[in-house]
Design a protein around this ligand. Structure first.
Ligand code: ADP
Ligand code: MG
Ligand code: ZN
Length: 703
C-alpha cells in the first residue's frame, strides 16, 4: 500500500481526535481497510472500534456507510463526529419526509464522508435509488454480533445485510466490528461476509481498566449504600433483573437523596428517553435499570456498574459491565450474588417458549454465569477463557486476586438462627425469625406463642434489621433457602446440619464496600463543572466535550497555553478551537492560585508523566539519539518528539536545534519569517520551496 495513506491516517488521529497513537488492533484493521481487504474486527468495548472506520472514511474517497442497530446510537455518533467537524449524517425513521429528502440530496452532492443507517433501510427503494448516485468505498457493520442467532442481541433485520452486500453493484470494502463474539458468532460472521480466518483481527477481550468484584454473603442494600456514598460525584449504572426490583432500588436511593433515575420496559417511551438523557448529560448520576438499558449508550464516563442481580449469561454480563470505563479510566464492576437469583433466572428460562436445544444452551450459559460467582480463579481470566482466550495471566485486582474482607466466626449466631428455623418447623419467613431472635414483643409473636420458643431473645443485642441481613447472608451461602412463594418461608439446607452439630465452624467474610472516599480533586471538579456548562450550551452530552480521561490529564499537567493544551490526549484541533480558551482560563487560575502545584505534579505523576516525558526526550536527544530513534523508543509520532524538543529548548535546555537545519534552509526560513511574521507556520511553509519541512521551520524558529 502507498505508505502515505497510512501516514494520512496517523495525521488525522492527531489533528482531529487529538490522540498520539493507534491502539492495538486499530492500526492493523485500518491498514487492512485502506488496502481494500474485507475484515472482521473484534475488540472489547471501549477498545476504539469507531475509529477503525471513521479514520478510513476520512482517508478514502467517496462515502462510508455505517450500519448501526439503534437510532439513539446513530444520533450520538453523528453528534460526536460533527463536534469534531467531520461531515456525517444519518438516515432513519425519526426524520420528517422533508428532512430526509434534504439529507438525501446533500449525500448525493457529496457533503458527507459518513452516513449512518439502520439495516431495515438497506432494501428501501428510496435508499436503493440513492445508492445509484453515490460512490461507496467502505461499508462498516457496527455491533456485527447482531447478525448471528447465537449472539445475545440477535436482530432479524441484520440478516438482510449479507444478501444486500452480495447484490451490491459497487465494489466496496466491508468491515464488521463487534466486542462480543464467541467462536460461534465469529464463525457465522465469516460465513455471512465471506471473510477468511486470517482477516479476523482480534485484540482480545481483556479490559485492563476494569476491576471485577463478586460479593457473596453481603447485605445488598447495605453494600449498595456505602458503595454509592463513596462515589457521590461519579456516574454509574445499577442493573437489576425485574421492573419491580428496579423501582424498589430507585425509591430507596431517591429517598436517601441520591441523584438517581430509572429505566425499564414498563415505562413510557418518552419517560425512558428523558431518563436516559438525564443520565447521559450527567444530570442523574445514577441510573437503575433492567437489561433493556444500555445498548445505545456510548457515554464514556461511566465509572461503575453494579449488578444487583445475576445476569443470565456471561455475554450479557460482560457487555453490561463493559459499559464502564469506555474512556480507559479505572472503573469498577461489582456483582452482588445471591442463590435466589439463580433460581429466578432458571424459572425465566423454563417459562420461555424455546426449543429444547435452545433451552439447554440457555441453562448451560446460566451455569457458566453462576460459575463466575463461585470460581476462585481470577475473574477477568474466567471471562477470557469463556470467550475462548487461552491465558494464564491474572489481573491482580479482582476480588479473587485480592483477598478482601475479614473472616469472622459466626458459628454461634448461625446455630441460633438454624435452631429457631427448626423449632418453628420451617413455617415462618425471615421477619418472624428475626423477631423471635431479638425477643420482639410484637403482637403477632405473642398470638402465635412464638415467645415460648427456646431461642426467643437469644440475640437481643442485635437489631432486628441486622439479624434479617445475617439471614440473607446465610441464604447467600446456601445454609438456608427461601421457598419460591409469595410469602417465602425459610428452610434449612443440607449444609446446616454439620454446623448445628458443632462439627463445622461458620465464617462470614464481613466485607462492606471499600468506603475509601475518593480523593477530591479541585481542578478536576472545576473542569468538570465547566464541561457541564459548555455541554449544556451546545446541547451535547458532557463526555462529548472532553472525556473524563482528557479532563484528568488536564488536571494533572495543568496546561496553560494552547500549545500545551494540544499535548493533552483527546484535544484535537476542532475541540481546541471551540473549547480551548474556556478551559485555559480555568487552568490558568489554578496555576496562579496554587502554590502547591509542584507538589501536586510530583504526587500525581508517579507513573508515566508527560512532564517527565519531554525532558526524557530532550535528554536522550542530547545524548545523541536521532529523532527516528526516539520515535521508535517512545512510540510517539515524529511531530510529538519535535514538540518535546522545542519545548525543552524554550525552557532553556540547550539543544541547538537550529544546527540540525541546513544553513541555506535556515537563511531562507528566517527571511520568509521576517516577511510574513511568525504567528503561524503555514504561511511560512507555503512561501518556501516544498522540500523544506515543517520540522526544519520549527527548529529554526524554535516553535
Ligand atoms: P468501542 O466502539 O470499541 O466500544 P469507541 O470507539 O467508542 O469504542 O472508543 C472508546 C473511547 O476510546 C472513545 O472515547 C475514543 O475516543 C477513545 N479512543 C479510541 N481510539 C483511541 C486512541 N488511539 N487513543 C486514545 N483514545 C482512543
Ligand atoms: Mg462502538
Ligand atoms: Zn483477577
Amino acid at each position: 500500500m502507498e505508505k502515505n495513506k497510512l501516514q494520512l491516517a496517523q495525521e488525522k488521529l492527531k489533528s482531529i481526535y487529538g490522540y498520539d497513537q493507534f491502539r492495538d488492533g486499530q492500526r492493523v484493521i485500518i491498514e487492512q481497510v485502506l488496502e481494500g481487504i474485507d475484515t472482521i474486527g473484534i475488540m472489547p468495548t471501549g477498545g476504539g472500534k469507531s475509529l477503525c472506520y471513521q479514520i478510513p472514511a476520512l482517508v478514502l474517497p467517496g462515502v462510508t456507510l455505517v450500519i448501526s442497530p439503534l437510532i439513539s446510537l446513530m444520533k450520538d455518533q453523528v453528534d460526536a463526529l460533527n463536534e469534531l467537524n467531520i461531515p456525517a449524517t444519518y438516515l432513519n425513521s425519526t426524520l420528517s419526509a422533508s428532512e430526509e429528502s434534504t439529507r438525501q440530496s446533500r449525500i448525493k452532492e457529496g457533503h458527507y464522508k459518513l452516513v449512518y443507517v439502520a439495516p431495515e433501510r438497506l432494501n428501501h427503494p428510496s435508499f436503493q435509488h440513492l445508492l445509484e448516485h453515490i460512490s461507496l468505498s467502505l461499508v462498516a457493520i457496527d455491533e456485527a454480533h447482531c447478525m448471528s442467532q447465537w449472539g445475545h442481541d440477535f436482530r432479524p433485520s441484520y440478516l438482510s445485510v449479507s444478501s444486500w452486500l452480495d447484490e451490491l453493484s459497487q465494489k466496496v470494502t466491508v468491515l464488521a466490528l463487534t466486542a462480543t463474539a464467541t467462536k460461534q458468532v465469529c464463525f457465522d460472521l465469516q460465513q455471512f461476509l465471506h471473510i477468511d480466518q486470517q482477516n479476523v483481527i482480534t485484540t482480545g477481550f481483556e479490559r485492563t481498566n476494569l476491576t471485577f468484584q463478586v460479593k457473596k454473603g453481603v447485605s445488598k442494600q447495605k453494600f449498595m449504600s456505602s458503595f454509592l456514598a463513596a462515589r457521590k460525584n461519579e456516574s454509574g449504572i445499577i442493573y437489576a433483573s425485574t421492573r419491580k426490583e428496579v423501582e424498589q432500588i430507585f425509591d430507596e436511593l431517591a429517598s436517601k437523596g441520591f441523584d438517581v433515575a430509572c429505566y425499564h420496559g414498563g415505562m413510557s417511551e418518552s419517560q425512558r428517553s428523558a431518563n436516559q438523557e438525564a443520565f447521559i448529560h450527567d444530570e442523574a448520576k445514577i441510573i437503575v435499570a433492567t437489561n433493556a438499558f444500555g445498548m445505545g449508550i456510548d457515554k464514556s464516563n461511566v465509572r461503575y456498574i453494579l449488578h444487583y442481580n445475576l445476569p443470565r449469561t456471561i455475554e450479557a454480563y460482560y457487555q453490561e459491565a463493559g459499559r464502564a470505563g469506555r474512556d480507559g479510566e479505572a472503573s469498577d464492576c461489582v456483582l452482588l450474588f445471591s442463590p435466589q437469583d439463580v433460581r429466578t433466572q432458571s424459572f425465566l428460562i423454563e417459562q420461555s417458549d424455546r426449543t429444547d436445544d435452545r433451552m439447554e444452551m440457555e441453562y448451560k450459559k446460566l451455569q457458566q454465569m453462576t460459575g463466575f460467582c463461585h470460581t476462585e480463579r481470577c475473574l477477568q481470566q474466567y471471562i477470557l477463557h469463556y470467550f475462548g482466550e487461552d491465558t494464564n495471566k491474572t489481573c491482580g485486582k479482582c476480588s479473587n486476586c485480592v483477598q478482601a474482607g475479614e473472616k469472622v466466626d459466626r458459628t454461634k449466631e448461625a446455630q441460633m438462627v438454624f435452631s429457631t428455623v427448626k423449632r418453628v418447623r420451617e413455617r415462618f419467613g425471615k421477619t418472624m425469625i428475626a423477631q423471635i431472635l431479638v425477643g420482639s414483643s410484637n403482637q403477632k409473636i405473642k398470638q402465635l406463642q412464638l415467645n415460648d420458643v427456646s431461642t426467643y431473645g437469644l440475640m437481643k443485642d442485635w437489631t432486628q434489621k441486622d439479624v434479617a441481613e445475617f439471614i440473607d447472608i446465610l441464604m447467600a451461602e446456601e445454609y438456608l433457602r427461601a421457598t419460591g412463594t409469595s410469602y417465602p418461608t425459610i428452610q434449612l439446607t443440607e449444609k446446616t446440619l454439620p454446623v448445628l452439630k458443632g462439627e463445622e465452624q461458620l465464617f462470614i467474610t464481613e466485607t462492606l464496600a471499600p468506603a475509601e472516599p475518593q480523593e477530591q480533586d479541585d481542578v478536576f471538579e472545576a473542569l468538570r463543572q465547566l464541561r457541564k456548562q459548555l455541554s449544556t450550551d451546545s446541547n451535547i452530552p458532557p463526555y462529548m466535550v472532553f472525556s473524563d480521561r482528557t479532563l484528568k490529564e488536564m488536571s494533572r499537567y495543568i496546561p496553560v497555553t494552547m500549545d500545551e493544551l494540544s499535548e493533552i490526549s483527546g484535544v484535537g484541533e476542532q475541540k481546541k478551537e471551540k473549547y480551548g480558551q474556556a478551559f485555559l482560563e480555568v487552568l490558568i487560575q489554578f496555576k496562579n492560585n496554587q502554590p502547591v502545584l509542584s507538589e501536586r505534579q510530583s504526587k500525581k505523576s508517579s507513573g508515566f508523566s508527560k512532564k517527565g516525558q519531554y525532558l526524557e526526550t530532550a535528554k536522550r536527544f542530547k545524548e545523541g539519539a536521532s529523532i527516528e530513534q526516539l520515535v521508535e523508543a517512545f512510540s510517539l509520532t515524529e511531530q510529538t518528539i519535535v514538540k518535546h524538543l522545542i519545548r525543552a529548548e524554550q525552557e532553556g535546555i540547550e539543544l541547538q536545534l537550529a544546527q540540525f537545519v541546513k544553513e541555506e534552509h535556515r537563511l531562507l526560513i528566517n527571511e520568509v519569517a521576517k516577511e510574513v511574521g511568525t504567528d503561524f507556520l503555514k504561511p511560512i511553509k507555503e512561501k518556501l520551496p516544498d522540500h523544506i519541512t515543517y520540522q526544519e521551520i520549527r527548529f529554526t524558529l524554535g516553535k
